[in-house]
Design a protein around this ligand. Structure first.
Ligand SMILES: *Cc1c(COP(=O)(O)O)cnc(C)c1O
Length: 487
């Protein structure tokens, strides 16, 4: 492709992008396709000769787009959003154009220095104490893996000076004894996955009970650690969650942090989604005690209008953390050596995308105040929906929103408890098949619940009101009053 063609197609695409974002509401939120349907429309083998861009773009529209779920749709209330924004998209265009690989300072000084500054901005914005130093990771899953690996090194340190670097990294798992990890039963699945990957073993992950408010019970954590110590295990890591994925529970950080301090256990805080709401000063209660944590992660790609992927990961002791990951082969040695930050030493992969640029664009374009307003509006919409649900006689609010996540179910008169799960499962499918909105589900103490999160960039109160009207209509169509069970 020559420069003139690139320019022409790029201009056309920018128009397409603007139209798409303006009109995304017209698409079915959840892709209405069956497994294999899109694959069936793709060529089985690569083309031998190059094809014109016009053909490729036409296929993008006719083959790919119908198989996309539209995450930027204002009626996307499923999972957690991956909300983006126009400023973020502009930055991603520049990042793609620069095509830089930002593994170390020398390979793009501005990328490294901007990343450092953006993580410092975010730290101030969310009220994380001074001293926490951050880096951008692709996802919270990766950040939590890094935290568990660092915790593993601390807990397995042995030999001269007990310094990090003479733990499992050096000697393998053989000499480490049994290392244990802890999280609540409501913690994200990435904790279990990472405990497996890090070599601790799933059998050595203790899942601690939660109280009525879905927060981890610190006394149970303390007992579990004591019991492991009595057995000769080495407790390595506690993962506390701020805003659990299923029902938005909040682990009490201060009490958990005190247990961790008492037993010298690494405390990692997973605030993947809820951490974004910390831009609101009135929400800082969520991280009371965070100064006791060793590491902390939240995802601007979930709820801070920054394109996936972008996860902000902080550690309290960067020197200890970097020792777990740093490595310096001859071909990566540079003149500036240790006087600069080389983010390749801050995680698993060597190569790194330039992700800080989109944060810079988003934060400057909205301003902290603009970001606060949007997040506050999502929280208000969720609370107003909760009030409507509470007023409807045939619906039951199962988890009121603390932030902007709530859970409920349809409870038609006359339906017995056993059939309610099935009724709500079928209702969920009907809602999503409508293409007008997208919601997901969870289980609360075993009960099937429809889970609804407000957090899309372009969601307005009318989208939530329309969603609620539609949910009621679909429910009452499926089970008119007086019916006792689904067909
Ligand atoms: C979404 C989520 C994750 C995983 O996030 P990724 O960035 O996709 O890895 C981890 N923990 C919690 C609490 C989450 O809600």
């Amino acid at each position: 492709m020559n420069s003139a063609d690139f320019r022409r197609h790029a201009h056309d695409l920018v128009d397409w992008m603007a139209d798409y974002l303006d009109g995304v509401e017209e698409f079915p939120v959840k892709a209405p396709v069956r497994p294999g349907e899109i694959a069936g429309r793709l060529a089985g083998s690569p083309p031998h000769a190059g094809e014109p861009m016009a053909t490729i773009l036409a296929d993008f529209r006719s083959v790919i787009l119908p198989g996309m779920t539209h995450w930027q749709h204002p009626s996307f209330f499923a999972y957690f959003q991956a909300n983006s924004s126009r400023p973020s998209v502009l930055a991603e265009m520049l990042t793609a154009t620069l095509g830089a690989q930002c593994m170390m300072w020398e390979t793009s000084p501005a990328a490294t220095e901007l990343e450092g500054r953006m993580l410092e901005w975010l730290r101030q914005m969310i009220g994380l104490p001074e001293g926490f130093v951050g880096s951008i990771q692709d996802t919270a899953s990766t950040a939590t893996l890094c935290a568990i690996l660092a915790a593993r090194e601390r807990a397995s340190a042995h030999g001269v000076g007990m310094g990090v670097g003479v733990g499992v990294n050096e000697t393998g798992m053989n000499d480490s004894g049994v290392l244990t990890a802890y999280c609540s039963v409501e913690a994200h699945s990435s904790v279990e996955k990472n405990v497996k990957i890090a070599g601790l073993g799933r059998a050595n992950l203790r899942q601690i009970s939660v109280g009525d408010d879905f927060g981890m019970l610190p006394a149970d954590l303390d007992r579990a650690i004591e019991a492991d110590l009595a057995k000769g295990c080495r407790p390595a890591c506690v993962v506390a969650t701020v805003g659990t994925t299923g029902v938005s529970g909040f682990d009490p950080l201060r009490a958990i942090g005190e247990v961790c301090r008492k037993h010298d256990v690494w405390l990692h805080v997973d605030a993947a989604w809820a951490g974004n709401a910390l831009v609101l000063p009135e929400m800082r209660w969520m991280i009371d005690g965070v100064e006791l944590a060793d590491s902390f992660v939240f995802n601007p790609h979930k709820w801070l209008f920054t394109n996936f992927d972008c996860s902000a990961f902080y550690v309290r002791n960067p020197a200890e953390f970097v020792r777990v990951f740093d490595i310096l082969p001859e071909y990566l040695k540079t003149r500036d050596g240790s006087s600069v930050t080389n983010y390749r030493d801050w995680g698993i992969q060597l190569g790194r995308r330039f992700r800080a640029l989109k944060l810079w664009f988003v934060i400057r374009s909205y301003g902290v105040e603009g970001l606060q307003q949007l997040i506050r509006s999502h929280i208000e919409m969720a609370h107003s929906l909760a009030e409507d649900i509470e007023m409807a006689e045939d619906f039951e609010l199962l988890r009121p929103p603390v932030l902007s996540l709530l859970c409920f179910r349809f409870r038609p008169q006359g339906a017995d408890e056993q059939s309610l799960d099935e009724i709500n499962e079928r209702l969920l499918q009907t809602i999503n098949d409508s293409g007008k909105l997208y919601v997901t589900h969870t289980r609360i103490n075993g009960t099937y619940a429809i889970r609804f999160v407000v957090g899309q960039t372009s969601t307005e109160p009318r989208h939530v009101r329309e969603a609620w009207t539609r949910i009621q209509d679909l429910a009452r169509d499926l089970w008119p009053a007086g019916r006792s069970a689904p067909d």
